[in-house]
Design a protein around this ligand. Structure first.
Ligand code: SAH
Length: 509
């Protein structure tokens, strides 16, 4: 019987960019993923569509799967010959029960590997400006669990023996026991004015930082509504963030945006927003896949050198066209001497990836301007034009070009379909936590959102997320479908991010 293996993988503190390369590699190829509650939806999106997802963390309001059952799942799935990833927040061997799981696997003769991750304290330290060591003043750090009740007799943490000076104490799982922990530390002889910093949701756009001192932190944390997950760091270095914090200063830090994306495609927009400190929930509202009719393709490619223009109306069109093209030809010169038009900058950028320049980009990124630009070249009469589109491509462009007496062939290379969001982790987050704004980048995204709106809509009217549209075409679809557009950009990602920063960013209100 074939046997799989289990990988105990650290997912880091939450920010998907802090995954290790090994973790990403294993996620991409595992057949079963067993994961806890704190894992980011973007990390879950890294697995292949046919991977079995098993959530063993606490479900909202419910209970976590018992540790024994988790271990049994790992053994059973690997005995079925499956490649299993057991994904844990932070590092598997730091307050993660990774040690117990490894022992159990060993006892059952299962092959395993352990992939370390950035632990929460390390993430919180970096993202709040709190060096855990400092050459001249600080040479010890302690990771301690605050989950044990410090008053219970059998406590394994000796609160009296912790280093009181020249050290940073990192307390995990301490939010619920803050008061007893603080009184134990002061009772043990810690200076009551020792600086303390609590970092909630460290490394994520939703990170919040509460800076305080040992004798005031209980009150301050209450006023701050400090919640789990948070790491509390105690020591002189805990005040260094006043000088060297950097993450909190980002323009969109603390804000949450929903972006619509297509399944399986990384979103450039998400990256741009995350870079500015935002938390991004990517809803895979549409799925885009290659869809080329073999006969049409054969006809088009047989005549490819006879076209005068190729017109691309979207970056996806470019991608799937060239994929098909290079399956047939192995030399770009087989395109012949034709000219190339793109509906906008993003499409031209995609064309540039093939070392091909675009001859015409209209001022405004829409079909009307594109048609106008082409007509104005005066080259259309009796010319042959190849229109590369998806299944939703409108015929407006075609009819305008035909009016100018061009001979137009339509070449459909991809199709756009709505997806089902009922089980999507990002959609779940959105349903339970809402968002500051929903950002629409295409009409098909708007349509799919509206179709699923009943399932997604947040009840409270007062908290209705604002809506941002990438440009006039998307806005007009929104208005046709009865959705208000609060802010509109000028049909490019750069302008979209500017609009978001202007209306939501620091200093905007
Ligand atoms: N194995 C994990 C720790 C799991 S215990 C690791 O190495 O990080 C769970 C505790 O980790 C939480 O109670 C909290 O104290 C801390 N934690 C996890 N993610 C965190 C985050 N993003 N921000 C702050 N604390 C976090």
């Amino acid at each position: 019987m074939s046997r799989g293996a289990v990988r105990l993988v650290g997912a880091g503190p939450g920010n998907p960019g802090l995954l290790t390369i090994r973790a990403k590699e294993l996620l991409g190829r595992c057949q079963v993923l067993v994961f806890d509650s704190l894992v980011h939806p973007a990390v879950l999106a890294m697995v292949s569509p046919d991977c079995e997802l098993i959530h063993v963390g606490k479900k909202s309001g419910g209970l976590a799967v018992h540790q024994d059952s988790i271990q049994k799942i790992l053994v059973e799935k690997s005995k079925d010959g499956k490649e299993v990833v057991r994904l844990k927040g932070g590092d598997p061997y730091i307050f993660g029960r990774g040690g117990e799981e490894a022992l159990f696997l060993k006892e059952n003769g299962i092959t395993f590997e352990v992939v370390p991750g950035v632990t929460a304290a390390s993430g919180a330290a970096a993202y709040s400006g709190t060096p855990l060591t400092q050459r001249k003043s600080n040479s010890t750090m302690v990771f301690v669990t605050g989950h044990e009740d410090p008053d219970k007799e059998a406590s394994m943490v000796d609160w009296n023996q912790l280093p009181k000076e020249n050290s940073v104490l990192c307390i995990y799982m301490g939010v619920a026991n803050l008061e007893p922990i603080v009184s134990k530390l002061i009772g043990a002889g810690f200076d009551p004015t020792t600086p303390v910093v609590c970092v909630e949701w460290a490394t994520l756009g939703r990170q919040r930082v509460c800076r305080s001192r040992l004798n005031t932190v209980v009150e301050d944390a209450e006023e701050f509504w400090l919640n789990s997950p948070a790491v509390m760091m105690v020591g002189e270095n805990a005040k260094m963030g006043e000088e060297i914090s950097w993450f909190e200063d980002k323009s969109l830090q603390g804000l949450r945006f929903v972006v619509t994306r297509s399944r399986g495609q990384a979103s450039e927009l998400s990256e741009m927003l995350e870079k500015r400190g935002a938390e991004v929930l990517g809803l895979p509202l549409i799925s885009i896949s290659k869809n080329v009719d073999e006969e049409t393709m054969a006809d088009v490619f047989a005549e490819i050198a006879s076209y005068d223009w190729i017109v691309f109306s979207s970056p996806n069109g470019v991608r799937y066209f060239f994929e098909a093209f290079f399956e047939t030809f192995d030399d770009i010169r087989s395109l012949g001497f034709l000219r190339i038009a793109a509906v906008g900058e993003a499409t031209a950028k995609e064309i540039r990836k093939y070392y091909v320049t675009t001859d015409l980009i209209p001022k405004e990124a829409n079909a009307e301007s594109l048609a106008k630009g082409l007509v104005e070249t005066g080259s259309l009469d009796s010319s042959k034009v190849l229109l590369v589109t998806g299944n939703l491509g409108k015929d407006l462009l075609r009819s305008k070009l035909e009016e100018a007496r061009a001979i137009v062939d339509r070449f459909e290379v991809y199709k756009t379909e709505p997806t089902d969001l009922s089980d999507d982790p990002a959609a779940k987050e959105f349903r339970s936590r809402g968002a500051d704004a929903i950002i629409f980048t295409s009409s098909s995204g708007v349509r799919s959102f509206v179709d699923q709106a009943k399932d997604l809509v947040i009840e409270s009217k007062a908290n209705r997320p604002k809506t941002v549209s990438i440009g006039p075409i998307t806005s007009s679809t929104m208005s046709k479908l009865g959705m208000p557009t609060d802010f509109q950009a000028e049909a490019s990602l750069d302008s979209l991010v500017n609009v978001v920063e202007q209306h939501f960013g620091k200093g905007s209100k």
